[in-house]
Design a protein around this ligand. Sequence first.
Ligand SMILES: [Cu+2]
Length: 327
Amino acid sequence: MMIILSILLLSLLLSFSSALSSSSSSSSLKGSPLLSPLATAQPLPGQMCASFASTAAPGYFALYNNGNGATYYYYSIDTSALLQYCPTGIFSYHLHTSWTNATASAALDPTGTTYCSAAATGGHYDPTLACSSSSQYASSPCGPWTTNACCTEMGRTSSNGYTYSCNANAYIAGNYSACELGDLSGKFGPMVSLNGLAKSLLVLDDVIPAHPANFMENQLNALKWSSLVVHCASTKARLLCAKFSKSDLSACADGFTQINSYIAQSYPSPSPSSSSSSSTSNVAYDTYANGIVITFFVTLIFGMGIGAGGYAYYKFRNTPLSFQNKK
Ligand SMILES: [Cu+2]
């Protein structure tokens, strides 16, 4: 009997030591890949930045596509140099289809005829044919049509009784198809200059954004999106423009911090992609993993106890009565 108890005790000790080593190794394996994107400042695949740092209206427009269908925007632009050209201080802004400037990545263009012109930055990115008068397809054919503009062929022109009705209230309420994908001020409301600064009051959370696969840097072709153009809302004059970049993100660092903070607060559950996981979700993962390990070994020890009891009972039943009486 003493030999059996010694073997049981030894096996219990071995299972405890393996429990400790496996739980510590599992938590380190869980922790490191989830924490590494937070520890290093590597650009995330969906991050893009339109930097106005080189212009008289310095600032940035940060864009982050999370790869799961949502895109977030955050901007901050010193608008004091724009007010002389747009005294209302109210600006519209859009994703445009082109960026053909070889010498500049951004420009303040008071006449709107050089860097930000239609020839240089194209029209609004509009693959769903919402067709404002500034749509890329307001003047270009598409699909099977080769002569007339696509919006004309679709009957989406004012002369045909069509009204472009995109506005922020309707967009938030779910009327997504009313807006061109690139009409960001239509979706979220205009940029407003306060004391010479136009800044996001909130991170803008776009559920029907421009597709990242249709982004192309330095694009000459009018089918994709490449740039951000800021207009005076009352005159539509193209005052400020910049190309988006995937590689030069430094000007947008504060914007990405704001966006990451918003995502962590608004969507705290762990994401399938490790890139947007927060430290809170790591704690949840590790607690969950440790819970499984502890439950497993408690069950194992309980099962071994029942087994040992059953074996002792079996031995007792099968021991001759004469031996039992001697003990
Ligand atoms: Cu525009």
